[in-house]
Write a protein that binds this ligand. Structure first.
Ligand code: G3D
Ligand code: MG
Length: 199
């Protein structure tokens, strides 16, 4: 058994997981965290830098990192990758104009290359330190009339091309809370299964 596996098992014993929330600015990352935490939604302002929220769910301690999505901050995302168990990619389903930007950022996140300076979600997932991390895509703001369906977003982001990570897309609304816990449950189940099967 490798050291990494042992460390993972120890972490699992503590029932603690590290989740990273990413996505373009204005996608709803901070609002989702607040809703999950039962906080007032009327006081949200753009995230400067990052904030960490700890959520207790099903006996797990979830450390959720909410990292600012402004363009100027995206090159710092990789500093948060170390020992990330799960990645939550949040999409503003109504922001049709930036869907291509969103696809590129995700692609880059999944396959970061040292010599390129573009950051796309595919790039991000290939980043070594994100190796194996489970990916949950939240197609957020489904309560808005102009929102794209999760199927349209799955297509627009090219999710079916992602073979390196377990992934799942769910339509949700941070406003109504629809599907937020369902997403967290799926993440927990997938991460737990991966950690148990790691030897
Ligand atoms: P971010 O942390 O990803 O940058 P925020 O995004 O959580 O700051 O949210 C950006 C804006 O989107 C906020 O509106 C917030 O209220 C809104 N928002 C987030 N989730 C939803 C959702 O599910 N439905 C709707 N209708 N709006 C949502 P403001 O007006 O404060 O900029
Ligand atoms: Mg924010």
């Amino acid at each position: 058994m490798g050291l990494l596996t042992i460390l993972k098992k120890m972490k699992h014993k503590e029932r603690e997981m590290r989740l990273l929330m990413l996505g373009l600015d204005n996608a709803g990352k901070t609002t989702i965290l607040k809703k999950l935490n039962g906080e007032d939604l009327s006081t949200i302002s753009p995230t400067l830098g990052f904030n960490i929220k700890t959520l207790e769910h099903r006996g797990f301690k979830l450390n959720m990192w909410d990292v600012g999505g402004q363009k100027s901050l995206r090159s710092y995302w990789r500093n948060y990758f170390e020992s990330t168990d799960g990645l939550v990619w949040v999409v503003d389903s109504a922001d049709r104009l930036r869907m291509e930007d969103c696809r590129r950022e995700l692609a880059c996140l999944l396959q970061e290359e040292v010599h390129t300076h573009t950051h796309t979600l595919a790039c991000l997932l290939q980043e070594e330190r994100l190796g194996g991390a489970t990916l949950l895509v939240f197609a957020n703001k489904q309560d808005l009339p102009g929102a794209l369906s999760k199927e349209a977003i799955r297509e627009a982001l090219g999710l079916d091309e992602i073979l390196t990570h377990h992934w799942c897309i769910l339509g949700c609304s941070a406003m109504t809370g629809e599907n937020l816990l369902k997403g967290v449950d799926w993440l927990l189940d997938d991460i737990a299964a991966r950690v148990f099967n790691a030897d």
